[in-house]
Design a protein around this ligand. Structure first.
Ligand code: NAD
Length: 245
């Protein structure tokens, strides 16, 4: 059996699927990841400070104006649209119980039509005033210049994105753990599994069927049923016609 047939077979036999994804799921939508050969971390920072540092809570607090210059420039990809991977998962959820646990912040799974999406690191689509809590859409960040301020109380508007040094939400972690423990198939894709604690969540899947789809080899200390080295959008495009109604 070839790899694509094996993957479709595992999906067809599964009842509760968890898809655990990362930045690699959106590279085919034109959003760069962090750790690929052409990822953001491979580029020299335009701001004189490594991008990894600029994505920390302490940098946000101490250099708020530069954080927003960087954030508007490189973290918001306003024109990105879902690719075949996002669309495949949304279609699959019409036939199976599919939960997406994503490290991505771009909102493309929801744009593709997926409803059960657990965003471990938040979303650029949501923003709030750090002083009064008022919510703001992405358009408010895009339309503002310099530091975006709340029109109600004058506080700084912060993206609901988990920066380095910030904890993950307990509610989100609990939802992810419940989904993983109920799953009989775990598909891990487009992630380097470098970001903790997000990557450690896969240890709470106790089933036998783990599939890994990634461009590069990734370290994983669990038995893998099927490994496909390839682009996730291309792989899912080939699997789609083999999924039973
Ligand atoms: P990462 O950059 O560390 O790793 C991406 C992995 O995906 C790499 O192993 C790469 O080989 C693989 N990959 C890239 N394109 C692929 C493709 N088309 N098909 C299959 N594999 C592909 O990303 P990460 O593990 O998600 O961790 C980085 C952090 O960066 C996350 O917390 C995430 O929030 C954030 N991030 C998000 C976005 C986004 O929302 N789109 C983009 C960049 C970074």
């Amino acid at each position: 059996m070839d790899l694509i047939t094996s993957l479709s077979d595992l999906i067809n036999r599964a009842h509760h699927i968890v898809f655990f994804g990362g930045a690699g799921v959106s590279t085919e939508s034109g959003i760069p990841d962090f750790r690929s050969q052409n990822g953001l971390y491979s580029l020299k920072s335009k701001y004189g400070v490594p991008y990894e540092v600029m994505l920390s809570h302490s940098y946000f607090e101490s250099n708020t104006a530069t954080f927003f210059a960087f954030y508007r420039d490189l973290m918001i990809n306003e024109n990105a649209v879902p690719n075949s991977a996002h669309l495949f998962l949304a279609h699959l959820a019409e036939k199976k119980d599919v939960t997406i646990i994503t490290q991505n912040i771009d909102g493309l799974h929801q744009m593709a039509g997926s409803r059960k999406v657990i965003e471990l690191h938040g979303s650029i689509q949501r923003n709030h005033c750090v002083k009064c809590g008022k919510s703001f859409p992405l358009s408010a960040i895009i339309a503002s210049h310099g530091i975006p301020f709340c029109d109600q109380c004058g506080g700084v508007i912060k993206p609901d994105v988990v920066l380095y040094e910030e904890p993950l939400s307990d509610v989100i972690i609990t939802r992810a753990l419940i989904a993983l423990q109920a799953a009989d198939l775990l598909i891990i894709a487009g992630t380097s599994l470098n970001v903790y604690p997000a990557s450690s969540l896969i240890n709470y899947f106790f089933g036998n069927n783990i599939v890994v789809i990634n461009k590069d080899d990734i370290p994983i200390n669990k038995p893998i049923k099927l490994k496909i080295n390839g682009k996730i959008g291309e792989v899912f495009s080939r699997v789609e016609s083999l999924i039973k109604p």
